[in-house]
Design a protein around this ligand. Structure first.
Ligand SMILES: [Zn+2]
Length: 387
């Protein structure tokens, strides 16, 4: 296959054209990337999901048997359903220095930069290899990257540090909050609404549980124990609710989804523990008096740890050097960086684009951000030639 050379903008247009909403397959995008890399003599390996619908991709550019610098990006994007777009979300549209398209900012912009750079890395005499670490299903709880991390140091070459290119406007991010998502299922008992004493109203029980979450949210807000973050506290939110069948029937079921984003100083177990205790002691006993089978079950859906890079973190030091910066930042969104760090790979978050445009309709990235990221990768190549 003839090697293609694409600049970051051309590469971004190709990537955006694949609708890789998390629930859909990312395999066509992965095939495109494999072909592109192999046309430049770069081998890559897949880490497929169990059902084969998704795959991660791991590629090494440079010497083998040497721990490399991981360049990590997710290939999935959030849905466009219900959003008002002025252009086709899956056609990269250039207007006034901005490139519009789903994922342009979060985070196909970074993926485009590292892929467009791959032939340049290949042409360098790298002492330290580059490891491309492309994942899936980041947007649904960072689930896709976990099997690939599990293979690092086994089937796949392990990096010595990881740069996660989530949009930070090319600022060096060394800390982020943890994310904990849950579904709570409340089961009561149906009855005629004229005979409420014969039923157990699951929605009203859920209301009590939600009130407790609201009280905890207010307390955590007042605690303000994360001064580096915006907002500077742990927050709890109920985001989805579903229950009942008719106005004149006591509802048997109510399910709600909730989530909290925790600053490192807050103990997540404090929140889950208090919620569980409240359900058990304050809500369930009255339900069980009418229906012994009544229940409140909470299932954990998301668990993304916090990133809190230690003093002297090799990844943070390198990012500061390459970004020609001397200040680090903390953010309120989760990334795969915390999972790499937890697995023993020093990690930092820095990438093109402003998180304010992520997940929004008419998502865009400034063209200048792609240029800034490419300059960063040029400096990284120079570094890796001599270190
Ligand atoms: Zn992202």
């Amino acid at each position: 296959m003839t090697p293609q050379n694409l600049n970051p903008k051309e590469m971004l247009a190709r990537l955006v054209a694949f609708d890789t909403t998390s629930a859909k397959t990312n395999i066509p995008l992965i095939e495109f990337v494999e072909d592109f890399l192999s046309s430049h003599g770069i081998a890559s390996q897949r880490v497929p999901s169990d059902d084969g619908v998704h795959s991660s991709l791991h590629a090494v550019i440079g010497p083998e048997g040497v721990p490399g610098i991981g360049l990590s990006g997710h290939t999935d994007v959030v849905p466009v359903e219900g959003q008002n777009w002025t252009s086709d979300p899956f056609t990269l549209t250039h207007k006034d220095g901005r490139l519009y398209g789903r994922g342009s900012c979060d985070m196909k912009g970074f993926v485009a930069c590292i892929l467009a750079h791959a032939p340049k890395f290949k042409a360098c005499d790298l002492k330290t290899p580059m490891h491309l670490l492309l994942s899936y299903n980041e947007e649904v709880g960072c689930t896709g990257v976990r099997p690939m991390i599990g293979e690092l140091g086994k089937r796949l070459a392990a990096p010595r540090l990881v740069i996660v290119g989530e949009p930070t406007s090319m600022k060096v991010v060394d800390a982020h909050k943890s994310i904990h998502g849950f579904e709570t299922h409340v089961t009561g008992k149906e009855s005629h609404s004229g005979k409420p004493h014969l039923g157990v109203n699951a929605i009203m029980a859920a209301g009590e549980l939600i009130s407790e979450l609201t009280r905890m949210d207010e307390e955590l807000r007042a605690r303000a124990d994360g001064p580096r973050f915006d907002p500077p506290y742990t927050n709890i939110a109920v985001a989805l609710i579903d229950g009942g069948s008719a106005r004149n029937i006591t509802p048997k079921c109510c399910n709600f989804s909730w989530l909290f984003r925790s600053v490192p100083a807050t103990d997540p177990d404090e929140i889950t523990g208090r919620f569980g205790k409240f359900a058990e002691e304050n809500v369930l006993p009255a339900m069980k008096q009418v229906n012994p089978d009544a229940s409140i079950e909470t299932v954990r859906m998301t668990n993304v740890p916090a990133l809190n890079a230690p003093e002297g973190s090799p990844a943070v030091s390198l990012a500061l050097q390459l970004a020609e910066a001397n200040e680090t930042f903390a953010v309120s969104y989760g990334t795969e960086g915390s999972l790499f760090e937890k697995a023993g790979f020093s990690s930092v978050v820095i990438g093109p684009g402003d998180i304010a445009q992520a997940h929004a309709p008419d998502e865009f990235i400034e063209e200048s951000e792609l240029v800034a990221c490419s300059d960063f990768l040029d400096r990284l190549a120079v570094y890796a030639e001599s270190n």
